[in-house]
Write a protein that binds this ligand. Structure first.
Ligand code: UN1
Length: 522
């Protein structure tokens, strides 16, 4: 099917028009008039559709609905909220193919990975549905006779969710589906680079909310400028939690503004993820995992492998294998089955990659493979590059930065302690891994003296985490945890309750307070 016909069909199936409003409260779309922005497909550089962005007063309307809806939603029993997530899940499942296609069109990741992203949404729905019956609090033995002591988790309020271009649906789902069962309402501000993905999902969730007779304002979306709408959202005391995914610079700003008003920031920022390859590593397995981690999503995951620290005894052989594997990576149309790497998100990302390569060369790094911008046919979009391997020294200043592109820095080590020091010697701390068949090496890497990241793996990539674990990282990565495990607790208000059923009034810590009779009168 020719490209234009195909994309028209995808847009139509998802109910997306040529010009789309950029704000929605539940199922009520606002007549936005701020600015018209194009959604440009990195696949061929052509405009897919346009979006009218939201103004500050549109934001106000959406935030007001989110607050109003909260007063109803928080009273729906949590398993009933889980039932709404179940219905959203089945719609997402039904639309899996179309949703994956719009991700590929708008973001450029290969179809298999886009399908994986939709699956990640479905998975977190499953998790959230179960969770809706498991929002457990502890019961503790009280030190006072006739007292009951326990804690409970209550809905928090409207929350803001800011997401990046690289996971245009899944990261929202990690936050929003957990927030829904927690009893919160959600205002989603997606990246303006991928607005159609957000609008497509909002159409689906809006239908479910409407069919269930729920108020507008439970799940909302707002597409607009960071300086206006974004700033309003982060400064808004009604948004009790702001969960933001993106650059460290963005996260610092969000963190400062949200903390200033004593709201809760939940930050998932940059990664500069390292992998250690030890002498006992299974190199065949390591090569495959590293290829997925470094080249997958064209190096644009926050979990992408960016630094490879290889033992000197296996350095040459590992690098040879990798260079051979890189040589077989098919870069091209992300809709084609044989393609392994699609385009970068836009020409600015390509320029940033080229600038980073220039800096690497100036600092003494040596390009071992790739890095070129591709030209001719589809490649004339200017968004396609060859993935790149650079031989480097851990001391280069550029190693401290994350470049959101498929550049893999390779360096050597002698002792494992030295490798761990190199590994931890960057400001970011998201994901990490070690390839080894030696139990001692693996355990050292996972110990208090090992990786300082939020995620540490053995014999697999730093990327491609399952939703069941808590996701997030330390240091400049921001410290937040999303998705599975007990990450849900951040989305709820924790309350400690003590109930006195004794008829006496004993005080904690054995305090005697005056000599009033401790027996109640009647
Ligand atoms: C991100 O890049 O922001 O672990 C999220 C992974 C994916 C999520 C990445 N499950 O690579």
């Amino acid at each position: 099917m020719p490209m234009t016909e195909k994309r028209r069909e995808i847009l139509e199936t998802l109910d997306l028009g040529g010009l789309n409003p950029g704000a929605c409260a539940g199922s009520r779309w606002l007549a936005c008039r701020e600015r018209v922005i194009p959604s440009i497909s990195p696949v061929d550089g052509r405009v897919l559709a346009e979006v009218c962005t939201a103004s500050e007063s549109d934001y106000e309307e959406v935030a007001r609905s989110a607050l109003e809806a909260f007063s109803t939603w928080r009273l729906v029993p949590a398993p009933g909220r889980g039932e709404i997530v179940r219905q959203i899940r089945s719609r997402l499942r039904l639309s899996k193919q179309e949703l994956a296609q719009i991700i590929t069109l708008e973001n450029g990741k290969i179809l298999a990975e886009a399908e994986g992203e939709v699956q990640e949404m479905i998975d977190i729905c499953d998790f959230a549905i179960g969770l809706s019956r498991m929002l457990y609090g502890y019961t503790m033995p009280s030190e006072r006779p006739g007292h009951r002591l326990y804690e409970q988790y209550l809905p928090l309020g409207p929350i803001g969710v800011i997401t990046a271009f690289n996971f245009p649906m899944a990261v929202w789902a990690w936050n929003a589906m957990i927030a829904l069962v927690a009893g919160d309402t959600v205002v989603w501000k997606p990246s303006s680079k991928v607005p159609l993905c957000a609008l497509a999902v909002t159409r689906i969730t809006g239908e479910v909310l409407q069919e269930n007779g729920l108020p507008d304002g439970i799940l909302n979306v707002i597409i607009g400028d960071g300086e206006t709408v974004g700033e309003r959202l982060i400064a808004d005391p009604r948004m009790r939690l702001v969960s933001a995914t993106g650059s460290v610079a963005m996260g610092r700003r969000v963190g400062r503004v949200v903390m200033e008003r004593l709201g809760r920031p939940l930050l998932e920022l940059g990664g500069n993820n390292g992998v250690i390859v030890t002498p006992s590593a299974d190199l065949g397995l390591a090569t495959r995992a590293i290829l997925f981690g470094a080249v997958g999503t064209a190096g644009q995951r926050c979990t992408t492998i960016r630094r490879l620290i290889i033992h000197e005894s296996v350095y040459d052989v590992t690098l040879d294998r990798l260079a051979r594997a890189y040589g077989q990576v098919r870069v091209g149309n992300p809709f084609e089955k044989k393609t392994v790497m699609g385009p970068l998100i836009d020409c600015e990302a390509v320029a940033a990659m080229q600038a980073a390569l220039e800096t690497i060369r100036q600092q003494g790094g040596r390009v071992r493979f790739g890095g070129e911008v591709l030209r001719g046919g589809l490649f004339d979009a200017g968004t396609y590059v060859k993935p790149c391997i650079v031989e480097t020294d851990p001391g280069l200043p550029i190693m401290q930065q994350e470049t959101f592109a498929p550049i893999l820095h390779v360096m050597r080590y002698r002792r494992l302690e030295e490798a761990i020091e190199i590994h931890n010697g960057v400001p970011q701390g998201l994901s990490s891994s070690i390839f080894t068949s030696d139990l001692r090496e693996a355990e050292l890497f996972l110990s208090a003296a090992g990786s300082d990241c939020g995620i540490a793996n053995v014999n697999l990539s730093t990327s491609g985490a399952e939703i069941g674990g808590a996701f997030g990282g330390e240091k400049d990565t921001g410290g937040g945890r999303e998705a599975g495990s007990d990450a849900w607790k951040a989305y709820m208000r924790r309350q400690t309750n003590t109930i006195n059923w004794s008829g006496e009034m004993p005080l904690a810590q054995g305090i005697e307070f005056g000599d009033f009779s401790s027996r109640s009168e009647g």
